[in-house]
Design a binder for this molecule. Structure first.
Ligand SMILES: *Cc1c(COP(=O)(O)O)cnc(C)c1O
Length: 374
């Protein structure tokens, strides 16, 4: 075992030395480099002015995305945040009207997007605590408690970013949608990482999107396009969202240069995310085996996000990440007891092997520091 360690150390040192940046970036799947094909498509994209809705490359992306998602129409937006806002606003939430929204308290829409949304849309959210978001039973009980359930919106997220990338099963989503539809309520799906959810469940994107009236997908996370997201849904809602996007300053003139890369990303498919998921499991089991004093539930790794609690080592996640960075691993944290590593297209099997070894050294270093009374 010791000899193996010495050997891997050598291999590792040369490996890290040969990496261009000397850093392995696990912060998020937003750090992926656009491919050569994307860069070429961006340079050569035919463009118009999307303010007048006549940018051919943006049109092509929107049409292809609507088809992938099985929705009537789609809209290209600069970010996922604005796509979610346009979706929720499109469901009629307004200061003098419907405001009831049900969602997981850990939903990105709540944790990261609520303050702009509350000031624009005056949303009054109700939160569920279940790790997979609202289920049919919770939705039914909530809708029954409302005086105008037909004006309510339920937000689903799949995969669930802040819950270690948990995958919501299609059946559970369909059950929610069935209850919501019975009451005339709407379902909005934050499918930023819907691709990951699709490969885990061996379903199509459209199968998952069928459990919602409106859906958002992100082109610049696992798919690796430089920027942009898509909001898809019914014709009338998307036409309205197109106008609202102007009001909010989210209409980009020659957006075709960006849309062209998005189209390459979407057409390239998302089967490669299966490898990301396998590598995430390898990373998790490697860390759990090599480092005794962290809490990591390998069973909880369902997609490309790995989280662990480093506090038994005597440091919080931020301090652990700071030590990791000095050793060449860039990672993030969600809470003091939740360090986070996200696996993406630019992370190879060798990167995983290197990361396990480097992070276990980091942990030993921390443990030694603590033992020597520092
Ligand atoms: C990243 C993320 C968003 C926001 O997307 P941006 O393009 O960064 O604005 C929304 N929802 C979820 C679940 C996310 O992970």
């Amino acid at each position: 075992m010791e000899r193996y360690r010495v050997l891997t150390k050598w291999a590792l040192l040369s490996y890290v030395a040969f990496r261009e940046t000397l850093m392995i970036d696990f912060r998020s799947d937003t750090v992926i480099e656009p491919t050569k094909e994307m860069r070429r498509a961006m340079a050569e994209a035919p463009v118009g002015d999307d303010f007048y809705a006549d940018d051919p490359s943006t049109r092509a992306l929107e049409e292809f995305a609507a088809e992938c998602l099985g929705k009537q129409s789609a809209l290209f937006t600069p970010t996922g945040v604005i796509a979610n806002a346009l979706g929720l606003l499109g469901h009629g939430l307004r200061p003098d009207g419907p405001r009831a929204v049900l969602m997981d308290e850990q939903a990105h829409v709540n944790l990261r997007e609520m303050s702009p949304l509350s000031s624009i849309a005056f949303i009054e959210p109700t939160f569920t605590g279940a790790p997979l978001g609202p289920d049919a039973e919770a939705v039914e009980a909530w809708l029954r408690s409302l005086s105008s359930p037909e004006e309510a919106v339920i937000v689903l997220e799949n995969t669930n970013t802040n819950r270690c990338g948990k995958v919501v099963p299609l059946d559970r989503m369909l059950d929610v949608y069935e209850v919501a539809s019975r009451f005339g309520a709407r379902v909005h799906l934050d499918g930023t990482r819907l691709f990951n959810a699709a490969v885990v469940q061996n379903t199509g994107l459209a199968d998952l999107a069928a459990a919602a009236d409106t859906v958002v997908i992100n082109l610049c996370k696992g798919l690796g396009a430089p920027v942009g997201a898509i909001l898809a849904g019914p014709d009338t809602l998307i036409a309205q969202a197109r106008e609202l996007r102007k009001t909010l300053g989210g209409t980009m003139r020659r957006s075709g240069h960006m849309a062209a890369a998005g189209l390459v990303a979407l057409k390239g498919g998302w089967e490669h995310m299966r490898d990301d998921h396998r590598r995430a499991r390898d990373l998790a089991s490697g860390l759990a085996t090599e480092i005794d004093s962290i809490r990591l539930d390998t069973e909880s790794i369902e997609s490309n996000i790995v989280m662990f609690d480093p506090t038994p080592l005597g440091v919080d996640a931020e301090a652990f990440a700071a030590s990791a960075r000095k050793a060449g691993i860039i990672m993030s944290w969600q809470a003091p007891d939740a360090a986070r590593l996200v696996v993406h297209r630019d992370i190879s099997d060798d990167d995983i092997t290197a990361a396990v070894s480097i992070l276990s050294d980091v942990a030993s270093g921390i443990a030694r520091g603590n033992n020597s009374g520092n």
